[in-house]
Structure formats: structure tokens, C-alpha cells
Design a protein around this ligand. Structure first.
Ligand SMILES: Nc1ncnc2c1ncn2[C@@H]1O[C@H](COP(=O)(O)OP(=O)(O)OP(=O)(O)O)[C@@H](O)[C@H]1O
Ligand SMILES: [K+]
Ligand SMILES: [Mg+2]
Length: 709
């Protein structure tokens, strides 16, 4: 890492106030308008849908594959013995398959426009590659490899994903977030990552590339919205097994009807048997499953969340615990030094000088803000290079989440700053003690939700605490209400932070989380997740720092803030482009909606099939078994029109349900059991009744066709 202190002081204070410039007081939940189902989107999807009729693709859906085979068989029969009835049935069987692929093509098509605009954002982007000799060379952005170093200045489009290793800039991320307010990105802290395709608005940054070509964030997003990376989730596999079983059962049922009927002297034609089979197997859900899944992922992208797997989205629907880190997640995360408080026996200048010295080589935003505040208070001192030796020979004690301290080792003394408990222990080890007024100051700052840092110095004669630095951070607005909403959904929120218990308590109260854990190391954060999981709970984790990465990886649903470090984003299975910790509300909603929609349409589909059986079988056999005429309550015109009406109804119901599959069944924050009961009633009962009405209506219309009625 390059240890040049950067000029944070040149950034106007108001700009550095919030993560999002200009809108510190207003945390927006930005969502893109969902794509509408229009005539043009349907016509655009039509050729794609025809392409999907290839048996190689159809085999993935056994139900629809059965219909395809049936349609092929009937076509062959039509060629040999054409009749109005057989041609009509065959045509509608083909339409049934087509409506299925059409629903999938429409769902995919909605992401295409978004993918195209993402692609355009990278078109022809040039990069200034830094050469080993320090010079730069112009290269194409797509040529960049992992660990290349590029220089980006105001006006440049950042050529690929990376981590800032030097400098600070305001960045326009609207190409990926749709949010026009610029954000601050800077080296050293938890806001160091930049995304290819976004634009530098001011200043100059040096970026180390963290993605291989074709593996950037935008590449992944394009593949996601185009539906190219769909894998079946465990729920989808379970449904798949159910659908295959039902298909086999009804195949057997239909086949056994043939000898049964011929015994009575009325051998049903193969066309009738195929039609009956198609009506009985769950074609509605078989046709709509892919569209439901794609639409769910699409909704997530509309909420500016990028997920690497559909599985995580569905799991989100069943989450009961949400862990969040504090700094950078619940708060904006640009903690800045706002004041110095010397111990009674120490002068203000002595404290500030030591605090400054301990931060000279500290590249974190906290460290740099201490140097800045020292300059503001008029205290200057040696630069790193002037400390008698080059910075290479200086022993720099870098901040780590487990030591909670940072500082420098000089010839005759050591300076440290860090969390109160850590510095107190460091001093106590060398025989020093923490003065009472310092302890009181630490309590006072913590109680306000600030982060106190103690400054200490150690020589061969022992160690002394010099005073306290007050670091202040701002809780993102609107947290209380959103956490209350999570509580209503039955989700417990727990803040896990590396900060001290008093600060943690104050911030927890201000944000309105249910519980908190303070002084948590990365291992502790991981342990909390393991414990929750061992108790059988599904856990989501939201975080931004490298110290959150293990926990993000272990959680069932890990949501990284887009503002966070590359390590955090890599470990998580979702990234929120808006860096909004309460986005989980939307993610859970989308997950639940996905499961409910699939469940509701499955219920409807199966209920429908049962009803169709009772609607058409009596009509089929009234000629053979006049006794069955009693059951022919529907009074359908003839057995031919009964069969054809059922096939037409079966195909049209797919079209009718495409909008619902894409939009999703409305989800409200009620308990899962109540939602399930309500859905069974609405979609089960609806599925039972709909065929009787639909088939009767179609029968009335088509009975006028000669050869059918
Ligand atoms: N640059 C630094 N130098 C010295 N001490 C620091 C520095 N940055 C933070 N600290 C101290 O170390 C503690 C732990 O930091 P850590 O990054 O693990 O957690 P955090 O940022 O406070 O909280 P969270 O885990 O919620 O992000 C901080 O609360 C602070 O007291
Ligand atoms: K069916
Ligand atoms: Mg953090």
C-alpha cells in the first residue's frame, strides 16, 4: 500500500458529511419502474419463443415436453386422416407449447433492455494503465487483467472493477444504481471499492483492478438480467419432481382408459387420448415455472440488488434473524475526528501532536481525519518522511479489527491510538493507568453514540494515556421505521460491531435494532451466525467491511453494501447497489413473493386439472355409458366439443396467468401459515371452479363450427 497521506482536507466538509453527497438527510430507496407487459414486448418475444420449441430445450420441462410429443403425434395423424376436430385439437396443442415458451421469453426480454444499456456504459472505455516505471499507457478497458493498476481522473469512466489504492474521488454511480447523487470513494477504509462503468467526477484516484475480464460486476449483472445464469433452486427441484410424478401418473391413467373404453365397443381415437392427457397433466405450472423464477430475479434487480444465485433469493423469504454491522451499514461509515480531550496532566498541543503522529501512516478514513483535525487546530509537525528515517524503516502499526489499535514506533518512543479497552490494556501492560477523567470522557462520548479513541505514548520509562479523540458518525435516516417493519415480518435484528458496548448501545437504541453485540472480532461475528444456524434459524447478514467477510460468507443470505470492500462483496451472495441495510425488507418480500407465487400457481394448476377431468370425462362417455349422462351436469354439446373446449381452455389459462407470473402474487406482511391458508382457498377454489365456467363458454362458442357441434 502506498503511504502518501491524501488531501482529504481539500474536500469540502459538507461533501464528506454523508456517504451520498448532497442528500445526507434523505436516504432514498431507489427503485426502477418495473417493465410493463406491452404488445411490443410480446411480439419481440415471439421469435424467441418459437426458437425455444427445440426439443433439446423443451426436455428441461417434462410436462411441456409431453405436450410437444403429443402435438407431434397428432400432427402425424392429421396428415394421414385430417378432420376439422383433429386439426383444431392439434393446432391448440401447438399453441399450448408456444404459450409456455412465450411466457419464458417475455420474462427474459424484460431484462434485455437493461442489459443493453449496461453494455453501452462500457463501450469503448479507455484506461490509463500504470507502467512499472511510473509512466502510463492508454489501453482499452476490456484488456485489463487482475492486479493491473490504472489511474482515473475527473471525467474518466472507471474501466473495470477495482480497489482504490491511492486518493479519493467523488464518483457518479448512476449507470449501475440509477441514483444521480455522487458518492465518495477513497483508499484505505471500507469505502474503497469502485465499479467499472461508473464515472469519476472530481479528483484523481489510483485503482488496482480486482476483476478478470468478463467477470466484472457489470458482466455479472448483464448475465443475470438476461437470465443466462439460471440454476434450479432446491424448491424448483422439488416442484420438478412433483410435476414429473404427476405426468407419469396421468400418462398411466390415460393409457388405461383406452382398453376400458374399447371393452364397451368405443375405442377412443389417439387424438382424444392425447388431448385428455394434456388436459390432465399440470401444464399451467409447467409452462410458467421459468417465468416466475426469472421475474423474481428481475424484481430484485429493479430494487438495485444483485444476487449471484436464485437460491439465496428464495432463502431470504424464510429468514428469521438479520445481523448487521454498525459502521458503514447502520451508520454512513465516514467516522471523522471532531474533538480532542486531553487528560488533566497533559497539554492540548501534546495530545494533538501525539494523536497526529499515531495517524500519520494510518490510511483509514478515521486516521486521515485525525491528521486533518490536527491541522485545523493549528498543530503541525513532521511529515512521515521527516521523521529521521524513511517511511520504509519506520515501524508502522497498522489498524486491525482484532487489535483495535494503530500507531508508529519511533526511535525513543511508541505512539498508539485505538479503542479505549485496547489502549487501556496496552498501557496497563507497561505499568500505566487510565486517569478517571479520561474514563469519564470515554463514557460520555460513547453514550452519545460516538466512538472514543484513546491516545497513548510509551517510552522505556513506562506508558501514559494522553487523552481522548472523539470520532463521530451519523446513523442513516429512516432506520427506526424500517427495523420496525422487519419486526412485523417476524425478523429479529441484531447489530454486531467492533465498537465498545456503550457506543453500540447508544447506536442500537437510535437505529431501533432488537439486540446488539459489541467488541466483536471477525471471528465473533462468524460465531454469532453459526450459533443462530445451529438453533435451526436462517440468518441474513448485512455488512461492508473486510472484517464482515467471513460472516457474510457463512450467512444463508449475505448482503454486502456496494460501498464496501471487494472482500465483503466477494464473500456475499448479494450486493445492494444503494448500500441500504434495510433493503433486506425488499429482498425478503421478493423471496416470499416468489415462493407464494409458485405455490399459488401450482395449487391452481392441479385443482384445474382435477376439475377438467370431471368436466370432460362424463361428456366423453355418455354415448357408451348412458348412466354417466347424469354426471354430465355441464351439458356440453358433444364429446368432440367437450374435448376441444378443454384443450382450448387449457392453453388460454397459460396466457391468462402470464401477467400474474411476472408480477407475482401480492405479498403482505402476514404469517406464512395465514398466507398459505388464504392462497389455498383462493387459488385452489378458483382452480376448481374456473374450468367449469371457461369450458362451458368455449363449448357454446365452438359448437357452431360444423364438424364439432
Ligand atoms: N484507524 C484506527 N486506528 C485505531 N483504532 C481504530 C481505528 N479505526 C477504528 N478503531 C477502533 O477499533 C474499533 C473496532 O473497529 P472495527 O472496524 O472492528 O469495528 P467498527 O468499524 O467500529 O464497527 P463495525 O464492526 O460495526 O464496522 C473501533 O470501534 C474503534 O474504536
Ligand atoms: K393441464
Ligand atoms: Mg464496518
Amino acid at each position: 500500500m502506498t503511504r502518501t497521506p491524501t488531501g482529504l482536507a481539500t474536500v469540502p466538509q459538507t461533501l464528506a458529511d454523508g456517504n451520498r453527497l448532497g442528500t445526507p438527510g434523505e436516504h432514498k430507496h431507489h427503485t426502477k419502474a418495473p417493465a410493463k407487459l406491452t404488445l411490443s414486448s410480446v411480439t419481440a418475444a415471439l421469435p424467441v419463443a418459437v426458437g425455444k420449441l427445440a426439443p433439446r430445450q423443451m426436455i428441461h420441462s417434462p410436462v411441456m415436453f409431453t405436450v410437444l410429443v403429443g402435438a407431434g403425434l397428432c400432427t402425424a395423424i392429421c396428415l394421414v386422416r385430417p378432420s376439422v376436430f383433429s386439426i383444431a385439437v392439434t393446432a391448440w396443442l401447438w399453441l399450448t407449447v408456444l404459450f409456455g415458451t412465450l411466457s419464458e421469453a417475455i420474462a427474459e426480454g424484460r431484462g434485455k433492455a437493461q442489459a443493453d444499456s449496461l453494455r453501452a456504459s462500457r463501450q469503448g472505455v479507455q484506461a490509463r494503465l500504470r507502467l512499472p516505471d511510473g509512466g502510463t499507457k492508454q489501453v482499452s478497458g476490456t484488456e485489463l487483467r487482475l492486479n493491473d493498476v490504472v489511474v482515473c481522473e475527473a471525467g474518466d469512466v472507471i474501466p473495470s472493477d477495482g480497489e482504490i489504492i491511492e486518493g479519493l474521488a467523488s464518483v457518479d454511480e448512476s449507470t449501475i444504481t440509477g441514483e444521480s447523487a455522487p458518492v465518495i470513494r477513497e483508499s484505505g477504509g471500507d469505502r474503497s471499492s469502485v465499479t467499472g462503468g461508473t464515472k469519476v467526477l472530481s479528483d484523481r484516484i489510483v485503482v488496482r483492478i480486482t476483476a478478470e475480464p468478463g467477470q466484472t460486476f457489470i458482466d455479472r449483472m448483464i448475465r443475470l438480467v438476461e437470465g443466462a445464469v439460471r440454476q434450479k433452486t432446491p424448491n424448483e427441484i422439488a416442484l420438478h419432481v412433483l410435476l414429473v410424478s404427476l405426468t407419469i401418473v396421468f400418462l398411466v391413467v390415460t393409457m388405461s382408459l383406452a382398453p376400458f373404453a374399447s371393452l364397451a365397443g368405443a375405442t377412443p381415437s389417439p387424438i382424444v387420448l392425447v388431448a385428455l392427457l394434456v388436459c390432465l397433466i399440470p401444464t399451467t405450472i409447467g409452462a410458467l415455472v421459468p417465468a416466475i423464477g426469472i421475474a423474481g430475479m428481475d424484481r430484485l434487480v429493479q430494487h438495485n440488488v444483485l444476487a449471484t444465485s436464485g437460491r439465496a433469493v428464495e432463502t431470504a423469504g424464510d429468514i428469521t434473524t438479520l445481523l448487521l454491522d454498525k459502521t458503514g451499514t447502520i451508520t454512513y461509515g465516514n467516522r471523522r475526528a471532531v474533538n480532542f480531550f486531553p487528560a488533566n496532566t497533559v497539554g492540548m498541543t501534546e495530545l494533538i501532536e501525539a494523536a497526529r503522529l499515531s495517524s500519520l501512516a494510518d490510511e483509514t478514513p478515521e486516521g486521515r481525519s485525525v491528521v486533518d483535525l490536527a491541522a485545523e487546530k493549528g498543530v503541525s509537525g513532521p511529515e512521515l518522511a521527516e521523521l529521521g528515517r524513511g517511511p520504509e524503516q519506520l515501524n508502522v502499526v497498522e489498524f486491525s479489527a482484532s487489535t483495535r489499535m494503530s500507531g508508529l514506533d519511533l526511535d525513543s518512543r511508541r505512539v498508539r491510538k485505538g479503542a479505549a479497552a485496547a489502549v487501556a490494556a496496552f498501557v496497563a501492560d507497561l505499568g500505566g493507568r487510565t486517569p478517571d477523567e479520561v474514563t469519564r470522557r470515554v463514557q460520555e462520548i460513547s453514550a452519545q453514540g460516538g466512538t472514543p479513541l484513546l491516545v497513548a505514548t510509551a517510552t522505556k520509562d513506562g506508558a501514559r494515556i494522553l487523552g481522548t479523540i472523539h470520532l463521530a458518525d451519523v446513523v442513516k435516516p429512516g432506520m427506526q421505521a424500517r427495523f420496525a417493519e422487519l419486526r412485523k415480518m417476524g425478523i429479529r435484528t441484531v447489530m454486531v460491531t467492533g465498537d465498545n458496548p456503550v457506543t453500540a448501545k447508544a447506536i442500537a437504541a437510535e437505529a431501533g435494532v432488537d439486540d446488539f453485540l459489541a467488541e466483536a472480532t471477525p471471528e465473533d461475528k462468524l460465531a454469532v451466525i453459526k450459533k443462530e444456524q445451529a438453533a435451526g434459524r436462517l440468518v441474513a447478514m448485512t455488512g461492508d467491511g473486510t472484517n464482515d467477510a467471513p460472516a457474510l460468507a457463512a450467512a444463508d443470505v449475505g448482503v454486502a453494501m456496494n460501498s464496501g470492500t471487494p472482500a465483503a462483496k466477494e464473500a456475499a451472495n448479494m450486493v445492494d447497489l444503494d448500500s441500504d441495510p434495510t433493503k433486506l425488507i425488499n429482498i425478503v418480500g421478493i423471496g416470499k413473493q416468489l415462493l407464494i407465487t409458485r405455490g399459488a400457481l401450482t395449487t391452481f394448476s392441479i385443482a384445474n386439472d382435477v376439475a377438467k377431468y370431471f368436466a370432460i370425462v362424463p361428456a366423453l362417455f355418455t354415448a357408451t355409458y348412458p348412466g354417466l349422462g347424469l354426471l354430465n351436469v355441464m351439458g356440453l354439446t358433444s364429446s368432440a366439443s367437450a374435448i376441444l373446449s378443454a384443450v382450448i381452455f387449457n392453453a388460454l389459462i397459460i396466457i391468462a396467468l402470464i401477467p400474474l407470473a411476472l408480477r407475482g402474487v401480492k405479498y403482505r406482511a402476514v404469517s406464512a401459515n395465514r398466507a398459505l391458508g388464504r392462497n389455498l382457498l383462493v387459488y385452489g377454489l378458483g382452480g376448481l371452479i374456473a374450468p367449469f365456467i371457461g369450458i362451458k363458454l368455449i363449448d357454446l362458442i365452438i359448437s357452431v363450427i360444423p364438424g364439432i357441434g
